[in-house]
Design a protein around this ligand. Structure first.
Ligand code: 5GP
Length: 192
């Protein structure tokens, strides 16, 4: 998606450790007009898949996922991180957090994803695939169908995308970064 690539180029900041900071429009300050256009892209890609649930992980995915759920006129469930006293009977998975460099437990209340739901997973970044794999395992435990995975920014030089696609999942990333260089602050995108 050209517009997203332009925003990443002009407003993104490359941090050490292959981390891209997009706090000025996606992860902290949010540009709802851009997010709405991104949601429309995913809607066009998955509109024939009978999506009836959008699933993401807190907190960065939630803003995008709400707009996607509005397009599909369905509910959104976001996995919660850590333990919470307000959670009841939950399905859990352990996810390795790329930005925090530690294992985090994610949970979704049992019953919020129903058997045979057609689920679209939405997340801001795809790096090594741990977050997506954790969500997939919860969705599969609930006996629902993972119809696809919509990613805003895939870091194509890390192996998450390749792992998920080789397992047969449809991954639709709106921008795929081939290379990014901390010293020169330059980014190359894969043509999609
Ligand atoms: P993965 O689980 O695929 O290794 O990493 C994806 C998750 O880690 C995303 O949910 C995102 O929150 C975080 N993440 C991974 N890489 C980056 C990055 O370069 N920048 C930011 N802001 N978050 C990232």
């Amino acid at each position: 998606m050209k517009l997203l690539e332009e925003e990443i180029r002009s407003r993104g900041q490359i941090l050490p450790g292959n981390v891209l900071k997009v706090n000025s429009f996606l992860n902290h300050k949010i540009d709802p007009m851009l997010l709405e256009k991104m949601a429309e892209e995913w809607y066009q890609l998955f509109k024939n898949d009978n999506i009836n649930k959008v699933v993401t992980i807190e907190s960065s995915g939630i803003a995008m996922a709400i707009l996607v759920a509005l397009k599909f006129k369905c509910e959104l469930v976001f996995a919660k991180k850590g333990k919470s006293s307000t959670l009841g009977n939950v399905l859990t998975a352990s996810v390795y957090s790329y930005t925090k460099s530690k294992e985090v437990l994610i949970s979704i209340e049992r019953g919020y994803i129903k058997e045979d739901d057609n689920v679209l997973i939405i997340d801001d970044f795809l790096a090594n695939g741990s977050a997506a794999e954790g969500l997939i395992s919860i969705i599969q435990y609930a006996k629902a169908n993972v119809k696809g995975i919509g990613i805003a920014i895939e870091k194509g030089f890390q192996d998450g995308g390749q792992k998920l696609r080789s397992q047969g999942y449809r991954v639709e990333s709106l921008a795929i970064i081939d290379k990014m260089d901390y010293d020169t602050q330059t980014i190359e995108f894969k043509q999609i």
